[in-house]
Design a protein around this ligand. Structure first.
Ligand code: PMP
Length: 306
């Protein structure tokens, strides 16, 4: 394999993969006090490029705010570390995972003098829900687990501890034979997937739950909203979507850095539209892949070539 992934950047140094370890009494392990990102680098027509790095980095720093966590590196240092990490490993198309967490010092819930450790890893990662999912769509269930309300834990910060809820919802779905879950918020309206935002198409109009619905402010969500509006679609990006509206949708799809644009063909055994990738989903999915693989030259500002 040409891709020899063997290096992780950790606290300012490039370490061998096997040496990038943490102490078992790290605060973040016990209390879920980490924040992270998931970013993709695409092997574009113009060479490998990280997609919307600046927005991911901004969200990375923003995620620290509720926790008063201080990242001891400048954004430019993390950018340089990431570019160097990809270059050193000849990574072309890959997934990038920056993380910052309270490390080892003391184990009170108050982080006290725990250091903020920072690491960045990258590895090749294909379609999150599978190639078949991108083309034919997936079957999902509405989870019996609700999303935490943003009054309980800030859902707009990408915090490691939040993903316990994602695991519960996703694994419940998979145990029941579904590829993924849809998670309702505390009010019972549609929030998002365990690691994806959700879109609904009805009568040529596109809807996605608003930021007040306990969702992560997804960067793919933002990309798809812009691509749709540029193509003349009306997009309601502060929608309140009830569970029943899922079943009567013409089309549904998930978005995410990992999931990209994944059609949903069935919810709780109810077929959505004609049960395959719908025409609006297909148009936006093609627009998305044409964009990120640079078969178009729009939004060049969203790309950092390595
Ligand atoms: N919601 C949740 C809970 C997520 O984990 C993700 C993945 N980061 C998303 C939505 C999609 O966000 P993005 O498009 O920025 O990856």
């Amino acid at each position: 394999d040409e891709m020899d992934v063997d290096t992780i950047w950790m606290n300012g140094e490039f370490l061998d993969w096997d040496d990038a370890n943490i102490h078992v009494l790290s605060h973040g392990l016990h209390y879920g006090t980490g924040i992270f990102e998931g970013v993709r680098c695409y092997d574009t027509e113009n060479g490998p490029a990280i997609f919307r790095w600046d927005e991911h980095l901004q969200r990375f720093y923003d995620s620290t705010k509720p926790y008063d966590m201080e990242i001891p590196y400048e954004p430019s240092e993390l950018t340089e570390a990431t570019l160097e990490l990809l270059r050193r490993q000849n990574l072309e198309s890959c997934y990038i995972r920056p993380i910052a967490y309270y490390g080892y010092d003391s184990l009170g819930v108050s982080p006290g003098d725990c250091p903020t450790d920072v690491a960045i890893a990258a590895w090749p990662w294909g379609a999150y829900l599978g190639e078949d999912a991108l083309e034919n769509g997936i079957e999902v269930m509405v989870s019996s687990w609700r999303k935490h309300a943003s009054s309980q834990i800030p859902t707009n910060a990408k915090t490691t501890g939040l993903y316990v809820n994602s695991l519960l919802a996703g694994e419940e779905a998979r145990r029941n034979g579904y590829a993924e879950a849809i998670v309702l918020n505390k009010e019972g309206n549609v929030a998002e997937g365990p690691g994806e935002n959700i879109f609904l198409v009805r009568d040529e109009t596109i809807y996605t739950p608003g930021l007040s619905q306990s969702i992560l402010d997804g960067i793919t969500r933002d990309t798809v909203i812009k691509l749709a509006r540029e193509r003349g679609y009306e997009v309601d990006d502060s929608a309140v979507i009830s569970r029943g509206e899922l079943h009567t949708a013409d089309e549904l799809f998930f978005t995410g850095s990992a999931a990209e644009v994944t059609p949903i063909r069935q919810v709780d055994n109810v077929q959505i539209g004609d049960g395959s990738r719908g025409p609006v989903t297909e148009e936006l999915q093609s627009a998305f892949f044409d964009l990120v693989e640079r078969r178009t030259d729009d939004h060049e500002e969203w790309f950092d070539y390595i």
